[in-house]
Design a binder for this molecule. Structure first.
Ligand code: SDX
Length: 375
């Protein structure tokens, strides 16, 4: 048997055509393209086409994908089920419940046929986005917002969340965050999805496994924790004090560190840092100087712990500057990553081998059961 690596650190657990984190060259390759270039120049429908169709879409296919995601309707009973849940329930648990309920309205829910899954993926991405956009509205007793075909997918998604007019710069910043989160090789949530898919279980089961994984504060839940930390700190000096206190208590500082990037900056974070600066310059964020705040935290963690920001550290303040409710930060991570997750599940179904590792047994042996009277 192979040596045991805690947390499967540096273990190759899949072969994939989808993406690769080229840490040495500070690149993230997605089906041959640079994710950083896609964040800078592409639209989310481009990335959906690249991930699901396995090639960048031409203008017509991009329009088709955009429309399919926008027109995807969420069955009314799914919102009714959401409305019955306690608003105190964590948004990721409400999302997980809605996703399970959605399967009940898909006659092909249990298929593991890659072609059928590829065909329905754009609709599912659109449905997930609309469910996420409406999580807070339904919990507050408001009617769900539907998407309109005369707005782009990103504009629909952002406007449905913030329910106000938005500027082209805000829409672009939001779309860049969607692309930044869209795909990232084999994080815990993607691995969870592939493990479930490897039993030939279906898209919905594999995706709900990913939702459960992403809720964790060591993973997707970090972005919510980042903004809570920044808002508690209020000022750069306040953040320095708060981080020092937490480090003294041996606590983890959310938004820093990464299993793969380790002691390097997540290249996506660097890009979202620029997006944040442009956004704040254009619209300001009142008394909160987000850029100075984040800069101080970044400097402190670099000098104190030689640790660098991951995507969540700069995505969270971008979401805050856009006026997105904090409870939606991690659901948004899932909605954006749904394109990458579906690509991995379909790839797993296309060339499958059941995941079934071994465990090294450390318990006792040689114990015998003695028949004893049960009086
Ligand atoms: C995402 O995998 C992906 O690609 C995920 C993701 C994606 O796009 O899908 O990039 C998204 O999940 C980003 C990560 C979001 N999580 C956080 O920001 C939570 C805070 N970060 C950490 O908990 C941590 O950095 C992890 C979980 C991300 C990685 O942890 P590892 O690889 O298991 O590293 P480790 O726990 O072994 O830490 C190594 C050392 C330890 O110090 P020592 O005990 O050796 O002295 O670094 C320290 C840790 O204490 N450390 C931290 C720290 N992260 C690591 N110390 C303080 N704060 C931190 N954030």
């Amino acid at each position: 048997m192979e040596a045991y690596k805690p947390g499967l650190e540096d273990v190759i657990a899949a072969e994939t055509q989808i993406s690769y984190l080229d840490v040495e060259h500070e690149e993230i390759i997605v089906r041959g393209y640079s994710l950083l270039e896609l964040i800078r120049s592409a639209c989310y429908a481009d990335v959906v086409g690249l991930l699901i169709d396995e090639r960048l879409p031409d203008a017509q296919r991009r329009h088709e994908l955009e429309q399919e995601m926008i027109r995807a309707s969420v069955p009314e009973p799914v919102y009714k089920i959401l409305a019955m849940l306690s608003p105190a329930m964590h948004a990721m648990d409400r999302l997980r419940t809605a996703l399970s309920a959605l399967a009940g309205f898909d006659p092909e829910a249990s298929t593991a046929d890659p072609e059928r899954e590829q065909a329905k993926a754009p609709r599912l991405i659109g449905q997930i986005a609309q469910i996420v956009a409406n999580l807070a509205h339904v919990a507050a007793g408001r009617a769900p917002v539907t998407f309109r075909s005369d707005w782009s997918f990103a504009e629909n998604f952002l406007r449905a969340i913030v329910t106000r007019a938005v500027t082209p710069q805000e829409v672009r910043a939001f779309e860049q965050a969607l692309i930044a989160y869209s795909e990232h090789e084999l994080p815990n949530s993607t691995f969870a999805a592939r493990v479930v898919a490897s039993t030939l279980s279906d898209l919905y089961g594999s995706l709900t496994a990913a939702v459960a994984s992403l809720k964790g504060p060591l993973h997707g839940g970090a972005n919510e924790a980042v903004i809570a930390m920044l808002l508690e700190a209020k000022t750069p000096d306040g953040l320095e004090r708060l981080i020092r206190e937490r480090l003294a208590r041996k606590e983890r500082i959310m938004g820093f560190g990464h299993r793969v990037y380790m002691r390097r900056m997540d290249p996506r974070a660097q890009l979202l840092k620029e997006v944040l600066a442009d956004l704040v310059k254009a619209k300001g964020t009142g008394e909160l100087d987000l850029v100075a705040l984040c800069e101080r935290g970044e400097q402190l963690m670099r000098t104190e712990k030689n640790l660098y920001p991951n995507l969540d550290y700069y995505a969270a303040p971008v979401y805050y500057a856009l006026g997105i409710p904090t409870e939606l930060y991690t659901p948004l991570f899932f909605a954006a990553r749904s394109a990458g997750l579906l690509a991995h599940i379909i790839e797993q179904h296309r060339e499958n081998r059941l995941y079934r590792p071994r465990a090294r047994y450390l318990g006792p042996r040689g114990l015998h059961y003695e028949i004893r009277s049960h009086t």
